[in-house]
Write a protein that binds this ligand. Structure first.
Ligand code: ADP
Ligand code: NI
Length: 221
């Protein structure tokens, strides 16, 4: 990657850092930084991808998320303005980055079977990898505590896939239910080979954690 692009990426990193470090919902700059690291790891094997666009989208993937901003269109046009005026990206580059971001979220893929373009596949894998493993456990608890959810409730079983809709997806649930409802499923949804391999190890860690939690809860060990 040429020096101009590296400098542009640094500017974007600083821009996103300024905007995301107040976040309490699991989308702080720590998350962004790890998604970028995951994407870099995947890019080592995916030589056909456009590394510049993938890394830009990794940095910016939460910058106008409907969960995080009041007005998505307004946030989107503000981000575009910043990228054009402060980072010197072309409008075409911004459009390509937004196109990646618009297709990465879990909810979008709930009702779409379409094969995503490689750049999008990588950002989606990088984002999903940060939801699983030890980091995934920590993030689930941070999310659950912030939303006032209990750790575990024997009386409330996890919902089956056909009971979960985009509308009820964010309803309050015991934190441990989130593992069966979403986190254990991500391994199979990974697009790239490298992400599948990483997801396998991370998923085992979560299974061990949940099994151990329930055994301790029941006083079995
Ligand atoms: P994203 O689209 O980035 O996954 P979410 O808001 O769904 O955004 O998730 C942010 C983090 O919070 C993720 O690590 C996710 O696993 C966790 N999370 C989301 N919903 C729940 C929930 N109901 N219980 C526990 N953790 C959750
Ligand atoms: Ni994310």
């Amino acid at each position: 990657m040429d020096q101009t692009k590296k400098t542009q990426l640094q500017k974007v990193a600083m821009m996103v850092n300024r905007q995301s470090n107040q976040d309490q919902s699991g989308h702080d700059f720590g998350h962004i930084r790890r998604v970028v690291l995951n994407a870099q790891l995947l890019l080592e094997k995916e030589k056909k991808a456009d590394a510049f666009l993938v890394l830009l989208a990794s940095y910016l993937h939460d910058s106008y998320d409907e969960k995080l901003v009041k007005d998505v269109d307004l946030a989107k046009s503000q981000v575009r303005k910043d990228l054009v005026e402060q980072v010197d990206l072309t409008n075409e580059q911004v459009t390509a980055v937004f196109d990646i971001i618009d297709h990465v979220s879990f909810q979008h893929s709930l009702n779409s079977e379409d094969q995503l373009p490689l750049n999008t596949q990588i950002v989606q894998d990088a984002d999903r990898l940060d939801a699983i493993g030890s980091i995934g456990i920590a993030r689930a608890f941070r999310y659950g505590v912030t939303h006032g959810n209990v750790d575990y409730d024997e009386q409330i079983p996890p919902r089956q896939a056909d009971e979960i809709t985009p509308e009820n997806y964010h309803d309050p649930q015991p934190i441990l239910n989130h593992f069966s409802e979403k986190l254990f499923k991500l391994e199979n949804l990974m697009n790239t080979k490298t992400a599948k391999k990483l997801a396998k190890g991370r998923t085992k860690i979560m299974h061990d954690f949940v099994d151990e939690y329930i055994a301790e809860y029941r006083g079995e060990r």
